[in-house]
Every structure is written in C-alpha cells, then in structure tokens.
Write a protein that binds this ligand. Structure first.
Ligand code: ADP
Ligand code: MG
Length: 933
C-alpha cells in the first residue's frame, strides 16, 4: 500500500514529471509505464479483495433478514429488498412490493408527508430516523406502522434501509386513553358540582370552574395551597375524615357547611373518595361538593306553601275540587261540602258529573276528552258561569275556573267553584226591579228627568220628550235647559238656589217653552243628588204640565167673576125693567091719547126714545148676565158680516179700512143674529178706539175643529166643529194686565164719558149664551185679534128658516086675568090690553089672583101672571087653577129671563114666557100666540 502511495505521489508530482521529461525521454517513459502498470494492477487487486468482503457481509445480512420476525426493507424509489416479515406486515408479495415504493403503501392522508420524509431523508445525510404513519395493507386494512430508517448504499445505489413495526394496537390504546382524558376533563370543566382533588398533605391539586363559581376562589389562587373551605372550628373534624378517606373510606352525601371566599358559610352536600395512583397506592382525595343552600330554601318554602295551600283550601269560600282523567273526585275542601250539600266521604271517589245537571254532563265529558287529547282548554282560566246540581236536586249557579296538572303522565284538574246563586238571584231581582222602575219611568205620564246643574238633560222619559214637543230623546238631550226650555232664565236660577239649599223642591212652578214656542206652566218636584264631596251632580224628579189646569183656573175665576157681576147686573136690570115697562107703557098711552098736533106729543116721544135707550142698556146688562132673551136660528155668519159691513164701515170711519175674508165653506151657526151683530159692533167700536190714527179692521170666518190637541193647547172648549169669526185690528194692542180684565163689566181704559166698560162684557155674555168661546190675542203695539168660536150648525135639507116679517099688533076680545104686584106695570099692561079689545081683570098678588079667578071663573080665557109675586107666586097660582081647569091658557112674565126661571125650578120649561121689559107690541103678539095655540 505504501508503494502505491509513493507511486501515486510520484506520478502526480509535477516536479517529478518535469524531471522525468528532462532526464532522458524513452527510459523515463518506460519506467513510468512500468510504474503505472504496477500501480494499476495493485489497485485492481485491492479492489477485487474488498468486493469479495462486501458480498460476504451481504450474504450474512440477507440470511439474518430472511429469518427475523421484524419487517426489514431496503428501498430507493421502489423497494429493492423486502424480507418475509415485511411481506407479512403489508400483505403484498415480494414481487408486488418490488414494484412499489414505501409511499405507495401509506394511506391517502399520509401519502404526501411520507414521501416528503423519505425523499428528504435520502437527499440529506442524516443519522437514522423514526417515522410513524398509516399504511393500507393489501387486504385494505389500515395499520399504524413505526418505521426506523437509515441511509446505505445498496449495490452502489444510495438507499434507505429500515425496519417496520405494526403499532396499531398501541396507537389504539393511546387514542382511547386520550379520549377518556379529554372527556373527563370536560366533565370536570362543565360539572355543576365543585370537584376538588387534594394530595395527601391536603394541598389542592384540582379545582374546577364550578368550585370557582360556588366558593369564589379561582384555581390559580388555590392550586398547591391548603384546602381553603374548612371553617376553623371544623378543621379537626375534617382532618380525621380526610385521614379515613386516605385509608380508603368513601363518604357520600354528607351535609356540612363550607366557607366561601367572602367568609360566608353555605350548606354543601359533600362526597369524598380516595384517589388511587399506579400500583394501587392512595395519592390523594377527591371531593365532590354541591351547593344545597338554595335547595334547602326551596324545601322549606315548599313545606310552608303546602301548609298554606292546605289552609287556603280549607278556609276558602269557593269549592275546590280535584278530579283525575276519569272524572273521579280526588280532593274536596270544606266549601265544596257546603256548596253541593254532600259530605266529603260522599264525594271522594265518585264521578264529578254527579255535581252537574244532566245536560252538562256530556259537555263536560267532551271538554275533558278534548283537553287531554289536544291539550286545548275548552274553558278558559277566567271563571265561566255554569249550572251545578245540589244534593237536594236544586240547580245552582256556579262560576268555575280550573287549572290542570300532569303527574306521571296523567292529567289532574283542579276546579275552583264559586256559588253565585244568591248573586244571580239578586241580579235577577235587581233586573226585575230595574225593569219595573224603568217601566215606571217610561210609562209615566209626567215627565221624569235627570238633569245637570249646567242645564242639560241626562235622561228624560217619553212623556217628557212629548211634553216639550221634541221628536226624539236625542234631540232633547242636546237641548240647553236654560236657553231652550226655560222662558225666564231667572226662574231656573231661583229653582237651583232652592234645590241646592234644601236638597229638594216641591211643586216649584216655572214657565217653560215647547219646541213650537208654546208656553207651558210646569210644576217641578225633584231632588238634588250629591257626590261624596257634597257637590250637586244631578237633579232628578218630575215635571208636571199644569198649563191646562192654570187656564181652567183662570177661566173659572173669570166665570165666577162674571157670574157674580152678572147676578148683580141682572138683579138691577130686573127691577129696572119693571120701572121701564111702566114708563114705556105710560109713554105709549100718552102718545096714543095725545092728538098729533099737540106739542106735548113730542115730549111723550122723547120719553119713549129715552126709555128705549134705557131698555137697551138693561138689555145689555141682561145679555152680559146671560139673561137676555135669545132667539136662536141657524144663521150664516158670512151673511151677517155682509149685512153689517156697511154699518161697520160707517162706525169705524174713513181712516180705517175694513177688510173681510170670508170662508167658502158653510159657516152657519145656531145664533141670534141680532146679538151677533151686537158682538161685531162692539168689537168694531173697540178696534176703532184702538186705531185713532187709522189702520185696518179685518173680519174673517172659517171652520175649525176642536180636537184634543186644540183643547190641550188652549185649555178650553169641547170637541166638535166650530165657526170661527176673527176680528183683527192693527191698533195699539194691549198688555197682559189689561188683557186679563177686558171682559170684566165696567172695566175700561178709556176716559170718563168715552167708555162704559160694558162692550166686551156683553160680547162675552152673548158668546157664552151661544155655547161658544172667545179668546183674545194681543201684544202692545201689534194690534189685537178676537176669535169667536160658535158651534157649527149642520144645515139640514131645506136650509135655514126664514125670519118672519113683523106684523101690526094683533087685537083680541078674550078676558085676561092679569096678576102683577108692580102697580105701574099692572096698570099700563091693563091699559094696553083693554085698548086692544081685551077684558082685563086685575089682581095685585097671588092670593088676589086666585080669589078673582073664583069670582070670574067662567069668563077668564087667559092668565097673565107675573112670576115673582108676594103671597103666592105665579107658578103656584097657575098650578092651583090648572088643578080645577086643566085647559086654562097662561102667559108668564118676569124681569128674569126664562132660563133663570127654569134653572131655579120656578118655571117648567115650555111654558109661555114674556120677559120684561116688554113693549105693547111684544105683549099683544105673545098673547095671541098663546090663545091661538
Ligand atoms: P170700553 O170700550 O167701553 O172701554 P170694553 O169692554 O169694550 O169697554 O173694552 C174694555 C177695554 O178693553 C178697553 O177699554 C180697552 O182697553 C180694551 N180693548 C178692547 N178692545 C180692544 C182693542 N181692539 N184694542 C185695544 N184695546 C182694546
Ligand atoms: Mg167698548
């Protein structure tokens, strides 16, 4: 080997080579060639020797590899060598493996990493390395393999030689262990229970989040520190427990107080067990702690509330009944016994349907079934009214609410049942009485109202709506009392003052107004209603319409006044008539006896004219006192007006125009046309006096029907058809005060000498005598209208009677017994009769008349008897004579009118009668009438 080196160094040394060249050519080359040969052959021999040593070691390796149980391989690109164990491990045959490389065996997930490792390893010069990855065996099984590899040159090629161990089982065990640890860890972390591990010295080794949460210490604060939870006084006790645990004892569910970080104690349920290390030695204790303070609390509360519920149930006034799904009564309270009349024993275990009336049972069953099936309530939590059945069989009214609870999958229903029978009955009777009062309210003929102090109606009954002429209740409720209803707002103020002060008013009279403007006299009786504060909130009460009553009262007053003055006037007129009758008779006699050329004759005429006027006056008085003789006939009022039109025009003068507006209809009434003319004259006279500056006077006729409405409105009249005569003027008019008195006799506003105050009294008297009515409407400055209503005369076929023309005074030859106490009347009457052919026997009183009759019984044809006479009156005289001579003719006369006579029972109706004063003509006519009957 040394020579080789020398050779090599010689050859390779440039100096040597140069020397060789310079020494002499060919020798040098020869020597060099010999040297080279020696060198090469020696080298080749050397090479041969080492090759032989190498194949020897290869053989040794292969025989080892072929027999070992460890898998061995050589690979570079593909496997170059695999031993039988490798074939067993992979499942592939030698040939198959020689076509694959190591990475081909790796499972897909490891393929690239395995390649990288392998290639990287080959490229770098590295010491042996270990790899673990999964391969897929020929059988498709995945196995974890542990490879140990190193680099070699195999047959001159850089290769990897390695061993492979199947570590699948170890891997699996590892994985399972890892899994277990992880799970355990999450248990520890998530546990609601505090988990603590202590080492045998009592230092904390584990402290989970629940422990942190419950006790307030963080793991960092307590790890490796002494266990902090034991209160000082419990340390001893704890240590001995701890010792016994370390001996292997297990404690469970011990309840003891434990300390929190803030120093407070909480109740804990504690379980303790030893922790075993490898080899079964105890390496510490484990504690499981549960905070039971809340549970303790809840348990106590539950105990309390159960007790409370029991008391509530037993003392409740409502029945509480629990039933199960099969309607069986499970629980009842005292109130249930009372309400349904059964004892507890009678109820428990029985079907609840026994407490329901027949028709309810099916409904109940359906509702329960539906509830159980769908969980849907058929009645709500809110109480519903349902009928129940008492033990006595009586139906009772209940209000039921219920709740359900589910225990062990079964429904229980708890019903709370209130007996509302009494309330229901009370409601019913309240409803009834409310209806009663409502009816009373609705049907009352008086207005019943509720109003506010501000002046609006809150409620008013139909009578009230009608009274005020509203068309609906709504309308009147929106009216303003002060403005729309009261005529004088002060009256409302006065009303309020009294009712606010006294709390009530009785028959407080006010003037109100209908919708149509008509005035109403209203009596209010009512009370003020106050709230707790004592303020008046509403008024309520009655309103009675006394308008008619007031009108009637007025009229009664008026007619009483008239009656009284009438009597007075009538009495005077009666006496006066006797005197006038004498004056007229004497005057007539005088006139008849005096020759035409005698100047005294004109005096006599004067006497007669004046007497005539005096008679007219007494006539007026009598007319007013309704004692005037009436001669009623069917008269067309239009006709009369046409007749007096001219007369009236003259009466009222040129400054006043007379207008007439006469009805086209038949306006005939039973009337004394003379008297009606008188009425028109009097009214026209007054109108003229009221229009000194001129104006117009309007006469109007029409037909009118007095119906209920009319009577209610005006407060007088009686139903029927009437002819209405209206006399209007455009004069001064009158105020209320005057209007009230105008019909009074002798009431006048005119200066002495101008007015007598009798004009309207006469009109009134005449209208009354015609069974008519008169009213007046007037306002100062706006003129006046008088309206006269006379009962309509329905013309029978044939039309009105003709008024007979006056004939000359008839004469006679009969004998008349004249009984008259007034000497002047007797004498003048006797004189007149004798002048006209009669024989007259005079008597001075009743008895005298009878005596004279006795003396001249056969001669007497007619009795002319004054009704009022001393000793025996005319009627008595007549009766006695009639007793002996039934066919005796008679004519009564008196200063009183015949109707007074009739009314007083002095004279029977139908007997011939002549009222004083009478003219000779009247007398003679009447006598003929009686005698010729
Ligand atoms: P006299 O006309 O004599 O005064 P009356 O009885 O006729 O008496 O009338 C009584 C009063 O009635 C009159 O004084 C007058 O004040 C009033 N009076 C009657 N008619 C009218 C009228 N048409 N206009 C105004 N006032 C009247
Ligand atoms: Mg007059």
């Amino acid at each position: 080997l040394l020579s080789d080196r020398i050779l090599l160094s010689l050859i390779s040394d440039p100096a040597v080579l140069t020397r060789l060249q310079t020494a002499k050519g060919w020798l040098f080359i020869l020597i060099t060639a010999v040297l080279l040969y020696i060198l090469i052959s020696r080298y080749l021999a050397l090479l041969h020797r080492s090759e032989r040593a190498l194949s020897e070691s290869e053989e040794k390796f292969i025989s080892l590899a072929e027999s070992t149980a460890s898998a061995i391989f050589i690979c570079s690109g593909t496997f170059l060598y695999v031993n039988p164990a490798m074939r067993l491990l992979t499942g592939f045959s030698r040939e198959e493996l020689l076509q694959r490389n190591l990475y081909d065996l790796a499972t897909p997930e490891f393929k690239s990493s395995a390649r990288k490792c392998g290639e990287g390893y080959l490229a770098d010069d590295r010491s042996p390395a270990r790899y673990e990855f999964k391969i897929t065996t020929k059988g498709g099984e995945e196995r974890w393999i542990d490879f140990t590899v190193s680099r070699i040159a195999y047959k001159g090629v850089p290769s990897i030689i390695g061993t492979a161990f199947d570590v699948t089982d170890r891997k699996r065990t590892e994985e399972a262990l890892w899994e277990t640890t992880r799970t355990l860890q999450s248990f520890i972390q998530a546990s609601p229970l505090a988990l603590v591990v202590l080492d045998p010295e009592g230092r904390v080794k584990l402290w989970n989040p629940a422990a942190e949460r419950i006790f307030g210490w963080s793991a960092r604060e307590v790890l490796d520190k002494p266990y902090p939870l034991i209160p000082k006084e419990k340390q001893e006790e704890f240590r001995s427990q701890e010792d016994s645990v370390l001996q292997g004892q297990v404690i469970t569910g011990m309840e003891a107080p434990r300390r929190k970080k803030d120093g407070s104690l909480i109740g804990a349920s504690i379980s303790t067990a030893p922790v075993y290390g490898a080899g079964g030695t105890v390496t510490g204790t484990m504690l499981i702690l549960e905070d039971i303070s809340a549970r303790k609390h809840a348990e106590a509360a539950l105990r309390d509330s159960e007790e409370q519920y029991r008391i509530v149930a037993e003392t409740a006034q409502d029945a509480i009944i629990t039933i199960d799904e099969n309607d069986t009564i499970m629980l009842v309270n005292k109130a249930a016994e009372r309400i349904f009349g059964y004892t507890r024993e009678e109820l428990l275990g029985k079907p609840v349907t026994m407490l329901m009336p027949e028709p309810m049972r099916e409904r109940h069953a359906a509702a329960v079934k539906k509830h159980i099936e769908t969980g849907k309530r058929s009645i709500s939590w809110v109480a519903v009214g349902l009928p129940g059945l008492h033990k006595s069989g009586k139906e009772i009214f209940l209000e039921i609410s219920y709740g359900e609870s589910i225990k062990e999958g079964k429904y229980y229903f708890i019903g709370i049942i209130r007996d509302v029978t009494l309330r229901k009955e009370a409601e019913e009777s309240l409803k009834e009485s409310e209806k009663k009062y409502r009816d009373l309210f609705e049907e009352s003929k008086d207005a019943v109202y509720i109003s506010t102090p501000q002046g609006e109606f809150l409620d008013i009954n139909p009578a009230g709506v009608e009274l005020f002429g509203f068309s609906s209740k709504e309308e009147i409720l929106s009216a303003d009392l002060g403005r729309d209803i009261y005529v004088n707002p002060q009256e409302r103020e006065a009303f309020k003052q009294i009712i606010d002060r006294d709390g009530f008013v009785k028959d407080f009279e006010v003037l109100m107004r209908r919708m149509d403007g008509e005035r109403l006299n209203i009596l209010i009786t009512g009370a003020a209603v106050r709230n707790e504060k004592g303020e008046v909130t509403v008024y309520r009460g009655f309103m009675r319409d006394v308008t008619n009553q007031r009108k009637l009262e007025q009229q009664l007053l008026q007619s009483q006044k008239m009656e009284a003055t009438g009597k007075l006037a009538g009495g005077i007129a009666h006496d006066f008539n006797n005197i006038l009758t004498a004056i007229i008779s004497y005057g007539s006699l005088l006139q008849m006896t005096l020759p035409r050329d005698n100047p005294a004759r004109s005096h006599a005429e004067q006497i007669l004219t004046l007497a005539d006027r005096a008679a007219n006056l007494t006539q007026s008085l009598l007319a007013f006192s309704r004692k005037q003789i009436m001669n009623p006939k069917p008269v067309d009022m239009n006709e009369i007006i046409r007749r007096v039109q001219k007369l009236l025009s003259r009466l009222i003068g040129e400054d006043i125009t007379l207008e007439t507006s006469l009805s086209d209809e038949d306006v005939t009434a039973m009337a004394d046309s003379g008297q009606i003319e008188q009425v028109l004259m009097n009214l026209a006279t007054n109108a003229r006096d009221a229009m000194p500056e001129g104006g117009s006077l309007i006469l109007r006729t029409d037909l009118i029907t007095m119906d209920k409405d009319f009577l209610r409105r005006y407060g007088y009249g009686s139903p029927g058809h009437y002819v209405r005569i209206s006399v209007s003027d455009t004069g001064s008019g009158m105020n209320e005060a005057i209007m009230k008195r105008i019909f009074d006799p002798f009431f006048t506003t005119k200066e002495v000498g101008k007015g007598t105050g009798l004009g309207l009294s006469i009109v009134y008297g005449i209208v009354k005598q015609h069974n008519g009515y008169i009213n007046v409407y007037s306002e100062p400055g706006k003129g006046t209208t008088f309206r006269i209503y006379l009962p309509l005369y329905r013309v029978q076929a044939g039309g009105p009677e003709e008024i007979p023309e006056e004939a000359p005074a008839p004469r006679g030859t009969e004998t008349v017994l004249l009984a008259e106490d007034e000497e002047p009347v007797r004498t003048t009457t006797g004189t007149v009769l004798r002048q006209f052919g009669y024989t007259v026997i005079e008597a001075v009183d009743g008895e005298d008349a009878l005596r004279k009759y006795g003396e001249h019984r056969d001669e007497i044809d007619l009795l002319l008897l004054d009704v009022i006479m001393p000793k025996k009156n005319g009627k008595e005289v007549y009766s006695e004579i009639k007793g002996v001579r039934p066919d005796i003719r008679v004519l009564f006369s008196s200063g009183y009118t015949s109707d007074i006579m009739h009314r007083k029972g002095i004279l029977e109706a139908g007997l011939p009668f002549l009222s004083k004063p009478y003219t000779p003509g009247d007398l003679l006519l009447k006598i003929r009438e009686v005698l010729q009957k």
